[in-house]
Design a binder for this molecule. Structure first.
Ligand code: CO
Length: 167
C-alpha cells in the first residue's frame, strides 16, 4: 500500500464523530487539535502603490479596494478581491515599517508572505512550537482583518514567511 493510500485509509477509518466534529475544510486532513483551512491571502510588497493598483485594476481588470492605512502594522494596504482569496498589496507606512527592509533587498517588490486560515490558532501555536517551527512572536496578535494571527519563520517554511489567521 502506498503511503498516501495508507494515510487516506487511516483517516477514513477514524470514528466519524471525530471527522464531523472537527470538520473545517474539505481539503485538509481532519485532526483534533487544529486544522488548516483555505488560503486567505498572498501579500505582495510593492515599490509604487499607485502603479500596482493600476496593474491589478486597469491591466488585469480585478476589483481593488481603496488604500487603507494600518499604522499599527506599519503598512498601507490595498486589497485585490479574487473571490476565494485576496492579494494584499503592501506599501511601507512610517519609519518602522516591517516591509522596509524587504523592499531594500527587493527593489522591484515581491511576494512578502502567504496567509492560511486555521480553525484554532492557540492550538496551532502550541503544536507548531512542539514541532520546532519557529514563530515570530510569543503570542498571536490581531492582524489587518481584526482576527488573531501569527507568523511562522521563513527558515522553517521553505523560505516563505507564512501567516496563520484564525477564522
Ligand atoms: Co497578511
Amino acid at each position: 500500500m502506498s503511503p498516501l493510500t495508507h494515510l487516506v485509509r487511516t483517516v477514513l477509518s477514524r470514528p466519524t464523530s471525530l471527522l464531523s466534529k472537527q470538520a473545517f475544510h474539505t481539503s485538509c486532513i481532519p485532526r483534533k487539535e487544529w486544522q488548516i483551512g483555505k488560503l486567505s491571502h498572498v501579500a505582495i510588497a510593492v515599490a509604487d502603490l499607485d502603479k500596482s493598483v493600476a496593474l491589478y485594476k486597469d491591466a488585469f481588470g480585478a476589483k481593488v479596494s481603496e488604500k487603507l492605512d494600518l499604522p499599527e502594522h506599519g503598512v498601507t494596504t490595498v486589497f485585490v478581491d479574487l473571490g476565494d482569496a485576496k492579494i494584499e498589496l503592501l506599501y511601507p507606512l512610517g519609519k518602522k515599517s516591517p516591509i522596509k527592509n524587504f523592499l531594500e533587498k527587493n527593489k522591484n517588490g515581491g511576494i512578502h508572505h502567504i496567509c492560511i486560515e486555521v480553525d484554532d490558532i492557540e492550538n496551532a501555536i502550541k503544536d507548531l512550537r512542539a514541532k520546532k517551527i519557529r514563530l515570530l512572536s510569543e503570542t498571536s496578535k490581531i492582524g489587518a482583518h481584526g482576527k488573531p494571527i501569527i507568523f511562522a519563520h521563513p527558515k522553517d517554511c521553505d523560505g516563505v514567511l507564512v501567516e496563520f489567521e484564525q477564522v
